[in-house]
Design a protein around this ligand. Structure first.
Ligand SMILES: Nc1ncnc2c1ncn2[C@@H]1O[C@H](COP(=O)(O)OP(=O)(O)OP(=O)(O)O)[C@@H](O)[C@H]1O
Length: 230
């Protein structure tokens, strides 16, 4: 599905390489020490950072130079990227049309996505009037309407408390399974890995290592992963 072929990223004094294939309908946790390059990897896959070498292939087509908007993926950042001056409904609608001139069927899709994440009664509120968990739900609704085959989450729920974070992870897991998307999620929490991931991509020492089965890896981590997990 998505192939990182001799992927090379260079940013001033930082370099990261990767060579891997990401499969459909699979949930990948991206873990590794602070500053190892996890966010950089996701940003390069999304096209926010250019490669210095290698290619990105989607179903065999070269998308290395494609605009972020034309790629088969959507990314959710830690701060949720909600616009404070727009309503929840409009924020979700942006996932379909940046000019917000939604057709009737698109409005229906927004309403369905809001209902799916339990925000049907909050559609007209501004994000500032929502709790942290509700803001995360609104951001997930926008990911949902985009319906892209790969969803990238960069420490999406780090600001939430443990119970709410688990609730959001379970919601992500359900949404991903319902839509048939694949997921790549950066996290620092080993319990998140166990909760959600099928495979783990360990980023360390300038390399994003090829995915390995999550349960086996967490049960028996190699020395460098053991050192990171503590
Ligand atoms: N715009 C930039 N220009 C140059 N170097 C950068 C830039 N952004 C990040 N870096 C460097 O790239 C490296 C990787 O950063 P990145 O944010 O990807 O790490 P991370 O693994 O996501 O860290 P954390 O877990 O702390 O979020 C760091 O050494 C950082 O200083």
């Amino acid at each position: 599905m998505l192939k990182l072929e001799k992927f090379e990223i260079r940013q001033t004094d930082f370099a990261l390489s990767a060579d891997m294939v990401l499969e459909p309908r699979t949930k990948y946790a991206v873990i590794g020490p602070s500053g190892a390059g996890k966010s950089t990897l996701l940003n390069a896959i999304c096209g926010f950072i250019s490669l210095s070498g290698g290619r990105l292939l989607w179903q065999g087509s070269d998308i290395t130079q494609a605009d972020p908007a034309d790629r088969p993926m959507t990314m959710l950042f830690q701060d949720n990227n909600l616009f404070p001056h727009l309503s929840v409904q409009q924020n979700v609608g942006l996932g379909l049309r940046p000019d917000l001139r939604l057709q009737r069927d698109e409005k229906d899709r927004v309403a369905q996505a809001l209902a799916r994440v339990g925000l049907q009664d909050h559609a007209d509120k501004r994000p500032g009037a929502l709790s942290g968990g509700q803001q995360s739900r609104a951001a997930l609704a926008r990911v949902l309407v985009q319906a892209r085959p790969l969803v990238l989450l960069d420490e999406p729920f780090a600001a939430l408390g443990p119970a709410l974070r688990n609730e959001m992870l379970d919601l992500v897991q359900s949404l991903i399974e319902e839509t048939g998307a694949a997921l790549m999620m950066v996290t620092h929490a080993p319990q998140d890995v166990r909760r959600i991931a099928d495979q783990v991509i360990f980023v360390e020492g300038g390399r994003a290592h090829a995915p390995q089965p999550a349960a086996a890896l967490m049960d028996n981590p190699p020395p460098e992963l053991r050192a990171y997990l503590g």
